[in-house]
Design a protein around this ligand. Structure first.
Ligand SMILES: Cc1cc2nc3c(=O)[nH]c(=O)nc-3n(C[C@H](O)[C@H](O)[C@H](O)COP(=O)(O)O)c2cc1C
Length: 206
């Protein structure tokens, strides 16, 4: 369900700020929300920008972080060490709100955060990480790379054990947010940035 911005967002930066993070929290919680899947952009090897759709797995409003799950062998993880600039983009057509967020992404593979995310993930979502070889590897014929006996059924918990080594959590620490609202009465655009101590916002011409 899309929530259009409050009318106060037309002239109050505080109201715009109050629109942003709850919108992301709802996007995370609602699988049907257009903000449940976001475009995540990184800089690939060779310096080209690259982006892909990822499921928004967690939003920490206090820490200003977004969490995504991925395969540690995928190019978005390999393309940098464990810290890289990240851009996150979403558009909610029902609300007519575009969110462009950027910051630094950190990858967690072998720590408590990754262990907890793995423990909380469903068996069907763990199955993707059983693919051999890893994502992006060229193969002769189209195939998911999964063990044949698991293509058509959800694995048991013990069958997912080998997949844990491939599981990674990507945490995007957001330090800049561009909010755009398309309104018949005149579009509105605001940018918020943090220096780590607190957020401040400015209006921009859309
Ligand atoms: C709706 C949708 C949701 C997706 N969710 C994820 C996800 O949560 N994590 C992920 O790694 N890839 C996800 N993907 C696949 C990625 O878009 C991408 O194809 C894959 O991760 C390989 O990307 P890379 O080569 O840039 O690493 C999703 C794709 C779609 C279409």
């Amino acid at each position: 369900m899309s929530h259009p911005p409050d009318t106060a967002c037309m002239d109050s930066l505080d109201a715009v700020w109050a629109d942003i993070w709850p919108r992301l929290v709802r996007g995370k919680a609602d699988r049907r929300s257009p903000l449940h899947t976001l475009s995540v952009g990184t800089i690939a090897q060779g310096g080209r920008p690259d982006q892909r759709i990822m499921v928004l797995r967690a939003v920490d409003v206090v820490a200003s972080t977004l969490r995504f799950h991925t395969d540690a062998r995928s190019s978005k993880v390999r393309s940098a060490a464990d810290e890289q600039p990240v851009s996150v983009l979403g558009y909610d057509p029902g609300a007519k709100v575009q969110l462009r967020l950027s910051g630094i992404a950190r990858v967690h593979c072998n720590d408590d955060l990754a262990d907890a995310a793995w423990a909380a993930s469903t068996l069907s979502s763990r199955r993707c990480y059983l693919a051999e070889p890893g994502p992006g590897t060229e193969i002769a014929v189209g195939d998911a790379g999964l063990p044949a006996h698991l293509v058509a059924r959800v694995p048991t918990a013990s069958e997912t054990s080998p997949a844990r080594a491939h599981f990674a959590v990507l945490v995007a620490s957001i330090d800049s947010i561009d909010w755009l609202y398309l309104a018949a009465a005149g579009h509105r655009r605001a940018r918020f940035a943090t220096d780590g101590a607190g957020w401040s916002g400015r209006w921009l011409i859309p």
